[in-house]
Write a protein that binds this ligand. Structure first.
Ligand SMILES: [Zn+2]
Length: 311
């Protein structure tokens, strides 16, 4: 069983060994620690009813201390901070529980069942309001010394760049996330009041997804916003190529609606900046599992368990 605890909803699924979703449930995420825990317990018992479930992995947003199964910092879900999830959940759920960062679980999902199938070395970049990441090396998930590895969104790309949600300046997240696309589009809207973005800005706040819809209709200003955001993304990816020498970089997350409109620019930067032979091997691909990647990856981690971690 995989459980993906997001800032707005909890998704839980019973997954077959081949990666088929046998049943799934979704419920809204509660805001207090107690209600959050009972929400997870409810989702697990509801989805698992009638199945012979052997174990569950709970994927959660934020920085993980793996030994304590605890999130120490979660900007989007503060209610989960400081809870020892394994020891709180196991007695209630009565299943072996593992806990993983949500983007690491998504990386494992794409590695096992999605765009990363067949690769042994993979970097996953989750592009949403922020940017998260997960790294698979030698068929194992890289957790680092404490479990907090893979924070690819907070690599500094531009030291005097825009301020990031983490407090730093010029992180990849501040330059290439869905929020960064929206911010760039609002600048363009004020410079070009007669463009589609400019006209929308007189009605309401322009968001990242507006840029994607205008770009799909051929709007030049929106296309250039996505191209520029893709280039910043590619500057980050080029660094990951040099560090990890992956066979594939899989880009997923809610902001990947822009797809090739962002990835084309990203690939150009990877080709220009990463070093051979890694540059010539790597393929930058769009994720294929969509919002299911977290649940599928978590379920696979529950099954694959400790042998799959590169500590
Ligand atoms: Zn940051």
């Amino acid at each position: 069983m995989g459980v993906d605890v997001g800032a707005t909803k909890i998704a839980a699924g019973v997954i077959s060994p081949e990666g088929r979703v046998l049943r799934r449930v979704r419920s809204p995420t509660a805001r207090t620690p107690r209600e959050l825990l009972s929400g997870i317990i409810r989702a697990v018992s509801e989805v698992g009813d009638g199945f012979e479930v052997k174990g569950a992995c709970v994927a959660v947003p934020g920085l993980l201390l793996a030994r304590e199964s605890m999130i120490v910092h979660s900007p989007n879900l503060p209610a989960i901070e400081g809870i020892r999830l394994k020891s709180e959940l196991e007695p209630e759920i009565k299943l072996p529980i593992t806990v993983e960062n949500d983007n690491s679980a998504a990386a494992w999902g794409e590695f096992r069942f999605g765009a990363g199938r067949g690769a042994s070395h993979l970097v996953f970049v989750g592009l949403g309001t922020g940017i998260g990441g997960g790294i698979v090396l030698n068929d194992q998930l890289l957790r680092g010394a404490q479990g907090a590895a893979g924070e690819l969104g907070h690599v500094t790309i531009h030291p005097t760049g825009p301020r990031c949600a983490c407090g730093n300046h010029g992180c990849l997240e501040a330059l290439a996330s869905g929020s960064a696309v929206g911010r760039r589009a609002r600048v363009v809207a004020s410079e070009k009041p007669n463009s589609a973005l400019g006209r929308l800005a007189t009605e309401r706040k322009v968001l990242g997804e507006d840029v994607t819809s205008f770009a799909r209709e051929g709007d030049e200003a929106s296309l250039s916003v996505l191209e520029e955001s893709g280039r910043w993304l590619g500057i980050g990816l080029a660094g990951f190529v040099n560090v990890f020498n992956p066979e594939a970089i899989v880009v997923g997350g809610g902001a990947m609606g822009a797809g090739e409109l962002m990835l084309a620019g990203a690939r150009q930067e990877v080709r220009a900046r990463a070093l051979p032979p890694a540059r010539d091997l790597v393929e930058v691909r769009e994720a294929t599992l969509g919002p299911d990647s977290g649940v599928l990856g978590a379920a696979a981690l529950a099954k694959d368990s400790s042998g799959r971690y590169l500590l």
